[in-house]
Design a protein. Structure first.
Length: 404
C-alpha cells in the first residue's frame, strides 16, 4: 500500500479516522472478565493463565521487530490491517476453544496480530502529523491516543461486566469480536501518509537500518529500556487485578467499573503528559513515574484489603504520565524510513519483560499475590534506577555534542 502524494493526503480526516479506530478497537468487553472466564468457565489455574500470557508475549516478541520492518517497507496501514485480521481470528478461536492447547493456539495467533499493529500505529500518527509539518504536536497527540486507548477499554470493561452478569461470561468474549469487525472498514478508508524519502528498499535493508540507529544512538536505546521497565508494571494489573477483586468478594458486575477506573486515571495522566514534561522536564517526569509505579505495587504488596486496589490506579497513572512523552522522545530521533522498526523495539523489550513477569505473577498469584507485587516492585525499582541513570548520562552527552 503505497503512500499518497502530500498534495492529496488529508491530514485532519486521517487523524479523526485514526482516533475513532483506536477507540473502537479498544472497546473490548472481555477485558473485565477474561481471567475469570479462563479460571471459572474454562477451569484453568492461575498458573496456566500466567503461562499462556507468557507465551503470548514471547510470540509477540518474535514478530515485533520483523513486523516493524514490514510496516516500514510495505506501509503502516498494511501492517495495521494485517494485525487486526490476525487478532480478530485469534479472538474467535479463543472464544470457541475448550481446552488448554487450543486456548494456547489462539494466543499465538493473537500475539502475532498484536505485533503487527504495535509500533506501526505510533509511526503512522507521527508521519500523518509530519505530512502537515505538525510533528511538534506529537507528544500531545500521543497523550490523546493513550487516553482513547484506555477510555475505549474503560467503556468495554463496563460493558463486559454487565454482559457477563446479564448473559454469560462467553457472551462477553464474543461481544468483543464486534470491535474488530467495525475496525477493519475504518482502516480500509484511512490513507497511507506520505514520507519524506524514498521507501522502496529491501526488507533486510530496513531491518539493518533500524538496528544501526539503535546501536548508534545511546540515549534513544536507554529510553527504550526505560519504556520497557515502566510498562512491565502493567503485569500486576493485567493478570492479578481480577483475582484480587475475587479474593476480596467484589461482585462480578463491578469488575468493569473497577478496571475502568484504573484505565480512566491512566488516560487522564496521559492527556497531560506533554504539558507536564514541558513544565518540569522529561527527567523529573520519569522519576515521578518510577516512584509512583513502585509505590502502587508496594501498596498492593503490604496492604491486604480491598482499598489496596488503589495501588493499581497509582501504578497505571504513573505509566500514563510519561508513556506518550517517552514515545515522542524516540520518534523525534528517528527518520521515517526506519521509524516503525525502531518503534517496535520498545514493545519487543516489553514482550520479554511482560512474558517473564506475567508468567511469574500467575505462578506466584496462585499461592501469594502479595509476594508477586513485592517482586515486581523490586524489579521496577532496581532496573528502573539503572536504566534512568544510563539514559540521563547518554542524553547529556548527546546534548553536549549538539551544542558543541
Amino acid at each position: 500500500m503505497s503512500a499518497l502524494p502530500a498534495s492529496t493526503f488529508r491530514v485532519s480526516r486521517n487523524i479523526r479516522l485514526f482516533n475513532v479506530m483506536v477507540f473502537v478497537r479498544e472497546f473490548m468487553p472481555l477485558v473485565a472478565v477474561w481471567v475469570v472466564y479462563l479460571t471459572d468457565y474454562r477451569h484453568l489455574t492461575l498458573a496456566q493463565v500466567g503461562l499462556m500470557e507468557g507465551l503470548f508475549w514471547l510470540v509477540k516478541l518474535g514478530f515485533e521487530i520483523p513486523s516493524g520492518a514490514f510496516a516500514d517497507r510495505y506501509g503502516r496501514r498494511a501492517s495495521m490491517i494485517l494485525g487486526v485480521v490476525l487478532e480478530g481470528g485469534g479472538l474467535v478461536l479463543f472464544g470457541f476453544a475448550s481446552d488448554f492447547s487450543i486456548l494456547t493456539a489462539s494466543y499465538v495467533v493473537w500475539g502475532i496480530g498484536f505485533a503487527f499493529r504495535s509500533g506501526a500505529e505510533e509511526a503512522y500518527l507521527y508521519d500523518v502529523l509530519a505530512a502537515d509539518e505538525r510533528a511538534h504536536e506529537y507528544t500531545d497527540r500521543m497523550g490523546v491516543l493513550w487516553a482513547l486507548n484506555l477510555f475505549g477499554s474503560l467503556c468495554g470493561s463496563i460493558a463486559g461486566g454487565v454482559i457477563a452478569v446479564l448473559v454469560s461470561l462467553p457472551a462477553a468474549i464474543f461481544a468483543t469480536v464486534a470491535s474488530y469487525v467495525l475496525v477493519l472498514p475504518l482502516l480500509l478508508v484511512m490513507q497511507e501518509p506520505p514520507r519524506g524519502i524514498e521507501t522502496r528498499r529491501g526488507y533486510a535493508e530496513v531491518l539493518r537500518e533500524g538496528f544501526a540507529i539503535v546501536r548508534r544512538e545511546h540515549a534513544l536505546r536507554n529510553m527504550v529500556f526505560l519504556q520497557v521497565v515502566l510498562m512491565s508494571a502493567w503485569a500486576g494489573f493485567s493478570i492479578l487485578s481480577q483475582p484480587f477483586l475475587q479474593q476480596h468478594h467484589v461482585p462480578l458486575s463491578l469488575y468493569g467499573v473497577a478496571s475502568g477506573a484504573v484505565m480512566l486515571l491512566s488516560g487522564m495522566t496521559g492527556l497531560v503528559s506533554g504539558r507536564v514534561v514541558r513544565w518540569i522536564g522529561i527527567s523529573k517526569a520519569l522519576i515521578v513515574a518510577m516512584v509512583g509505579a513502585v509505590a502502587g505495587l508496594a501498596m498492593l504488596a503490604l496492604v491486604d484489603h480491598v482499598v489496596a486496589y488503589a495501588g493499581f490506579a497509582i501504578t497505571s497513572a504513573a505509566i500514563g504520565l510519561v508513556h506518550p512523552a517517552s514515545i515522542a522522545y524516540v520518534n523525534d530521533r528517528v527518520d521515517s524510513s526506519a521509524r516503525a522498526t525502531v518503534m517496535s523495539l520498545s514493545p519487543f523489550g516489553q514482550s520479554i519483560a511482560i512474558a517473564l513477569t506475567n508468567t511469574a505473577a500467575g505462578v506466584l498469584g496462585d499461592s501469594s499475590p502479595q509476594l508477586a507485587y513485592a517482586i515486581l516492585a523490586a524489579f521496577i525499582g532496581l532496573t528502573g534506577t539503572i536504566s534512568f541513570a544510563a539514559w540521563r548520562a547518554a542524553d547529556r552527552r548527546a546534548t553536549a555534542t549538539i551544542e558543541a
